[in-house]
Design a binder for this molecule. Structure first.
Ligand code: FE2
Length: 157
């Protein structure tokens, strides 16, 4: 949760935008790890976590943000968080899309091993599959949309 605290500084329209982000919108998103660090750094309790938070969107291949770190230059905790965070994002319903089935999310994590994710950590994540508990908000059951009054349904954009 705290790793994305910096999203408080990103406009809602950008956070919930369904399609591709413009360059300016992406710049807003890229700032969120640094914003989280600036919010948390005055609190001594959180200081040991700041490097992990700052780099949770780095990619193993060096194409992530904010510092384009690669491989083992990315803090271990960030490499672990990257997998958990992406899995959580894919298996959560957003304003602009339904949650993916868990099997699809697992396949995507596997597909991105070695590019987005540390290939030494992905197998450890996959080995924990039976222990993964997703609270609420996973794939909506068949017919769920029709059971929800229109005013409470997620609206695109
Ligand atoms: Fe994030």
């Amino acid at each position: 949760m705290l790793h994305d605290l910096g999203k408080i500084g990103v406009r809602e329209a950008v956070l919930n935008k369904p399609g591709k982000l413009s360059e300016g919108e992406f710049t807003e998103i890229v700032r969120h790890p640094g914003t989280a660090v600036r919010i948390l750094e005055p609190i001594p309790f959180f200081r040991p976590l700041l490097p992990a938070i700052l780099h949770h969107h780095e990619r193993f291949d060096g194409k992530g943000y904010p510092s384009r770190l690669a491989g083992n230059n990315i803090p271990l905790a960030s490499r672990i968080m990257a997998i958990a965070d992406t899995f959580d994002a894919m298996t959560s319903t957003r304003a602009y899309r339904k949650a993916l089935p868990i099997s699809d999310a697992i396949a995507e994590i596997r597909r991105c091993s070695g590019t987005q994710f540390d290939p030494d950590i992905v197998p450890a994540f996959l080995a924990c599959q039976s222990k993964i508990v997703i609270p609420g908000d996973v794939s909506l059951p068949e017919g769920f949309d029709e059971a929800v009054p229109v005013e409470y349904r997620p609206q695109p954009g």
